[in-house]
Design a protein around this ligand. Structure first.
Ligand code: KG4
Ligand code: ZN
Length: 447
């Protein structure tokens, strides 16, 4: 692929709408490797927090509103000189939508492939992105690559940055506010230099065998990869996914939706009370500290030592429920939301500790058995720094030569760049389709 001349360089427009996000990205190619040129995400999470969870029809209606502006924005941003520097205006709010639309339409001429999430996910949501992608493939006569959402998460830790991107310092990036589509939407476009800062130069998914622990609201999986596209599921959740357990425990404690970030914030507050440094798992000698040794609460580690690579988290969630019921009865409270803040933080920390230990233990066993060259921790839950540090420590303590990859904060949740990066490797092995032949599948399996 590196012999491709400039005119034939791969340029993928990727679309992802499997859950509540409307996302589009452009992936280019440099030195035979995929590079992220733009990555636009519009989330309706604030809307869902009002109902305590995703209402599928609300999600897909919002996606219908935003799919075209988000695609146009991804195209326009892909050629911006200073990625993220200009104050982006989505077309829906733009002062001058005509010229921005025209600009994005022209940029479609440079696209060589369309990539789209084909499943798994909410069918109404998937259909929005899928139909948009199919229509673009038809109108521009382009090959299309349907991507499994979980495969996208696997590749979220890969993908480089374009050398044309100007390096800005992270302060500059943080100060740039991409305008929201409207007050209910949070929207983000992610700076290449930020990705570069966090990833270093060696973030490509390239050294096999590789083990992926991918953990989100919908799945928990340990996957062995012997090459691009060669997946073997060695373990999976037999009941609740980790993110789902976080969300349920948060709801139980009245912390709102989505629960993952809330629980991790509460857990950190508890740990902070007993730790001087902020380094959580690691002290100066790189040895993990028992951060919750000050806690009297200890939840079970379900099926941790059953000899398989499977996971079970519904018993853990039930243990939290049983404990909260006990506290409610003992203190004559009306419900769990009345439990005091300190106790909620302690429960969150004990819950997170059980999750961290189970994930690290099972992944560690897989590493010992399969001797991978690379380990990836991905999925929405990998936004959790405490889990990342614990898991990384576990892997490196087994073999410090293992390359450990995890997505940036922005790439850990659902986004289209990961779909485009996964598609890049399909293109490399000529695994592309015609728009007539692709199908959406809400229950799509990885293999
Ligand atoms: O990958 P993702 O964005 O969507 C799915 O494919 O499900 O993952 C979303 C999940 C949610 O359950 C959310 O609570 C969880 O990821 N999550 C977290 C954190 N941030 C998001 N879980 C634990 N700690 C976090 N910091
Ligand atoms: Zn996801």
């Amino acid at each position: 692929m590196s012999s491709r001349n400039v005119m034939n360089k791969i340029r993928i427009l990727a679309i992802e709408t499997s859950c509540d996000e409307t996302a589009a990205a452009v992936i280019g190619e440099e030195n035979g490797q995929p590079v992220i040129l733009s990555n636009i995400i519009s989330s309706s999470v604030d809307l869902h927090s009002l109902t305590g969870g995703i209402v599928p029809e609300v999600a897909s209606r919002e996606q219908m509103r935003f799919i075209v502006p988000v695609v146009a924005e991804a195209l326009n941003k892909s050629v911006a000189d200073q990625f993220l520097i200009s104050n982006s205006k989505f077309l829906i709010k733009s002062q001058n939508p005509k010229s921005e639309i025209q600009n994005s339409i022209k940029l479609l001429d440079d696209i060589t492939h369309i990539a789209v999430t084909a499943g798994p996910g909410l069918i109404g949501s998937l259909l929005v992105g899928f139909n948009a992608a199919k229509t673009l493939a038809y109108a521009k006569d382009l090959p299309i690559i349907p991507i499994n959402h979980i495969e996208g998460h696997i590749y979220s830790a890969g993908g480089g940055v374009s050398s044309k991107s100007k390096v800005q310092n992270s302060n500059q990036i943080q100060n740039l506010n991409i305008k929201s589509l409207d007050s209910r939407h949070s929207t983000a476009a992610h700076g290449l230099s930020e990705i570069e800062d966090l990833r270093g130069n060696d973030s490509h998914v390239s050294d096999f065998p590789l083990i992926v622990l991918t953990v989100s609201g919908g799945h928990t999986m340990l996957v062995l990869m012997k090459d691009h596209g060669k997946y073997e599921i060695i373990g999976a959740a037999i009941d609740d996914a980790v993110g789902e357990a976080y969300d349920k425990v948060a709801r139980l404690l009245g912390l709102g939706y989505p629960g993952g970030p809330k629980i991790s914030e509460f857990a950190q507050k508890f740990r902070d009370k007993f730790l001087i440094s902020n380094s959580k798992f690691l002290n100066k000698s790189q040895k993990p500290k028992s951060q919750v040794s000050n806690s009297t609460i200890e939840f079970p580690r379900p099926i941790m030592k059953d000899g398989t690579f499977n996971f079970s988290f519904s018993g853990l969630k039930t243990a939290v429920l049983v404990l909260t019921k006990k506290i409610i009865a003992e203190k004559s409270l009306n419900n769990a939301t009345e439990i005091n803040l300190d106790t909620k933080q302690e429960i969150a920390a004990a819950f997170e500790e059980a999750v961290a230990e189970v994930l690290a233990f099972k992944l560690g066993r897989a590493v010992e058995k399969y001797l991978p060259k690379t380990v990836i921790f991905a999925g929405g839950v990998s936004a959790n720094k405490y889990l990342v540090e614990g898991i990384k420590y576990k892997v490196i303590s087994i073999d410090q030569n293992i390359k450990f990859l995890t997505p940036t904060r922005e790439m850990s949740g659902d986004n289209a760049a990961m779909i485009g990066i996964a598609a890049y490797y399909h293109i490399a092995r000529s695994d592309v389709s015609a728009w007539r032949n692709i199908k959406v599948d809400a229950n799509m399996k990885l293999i």
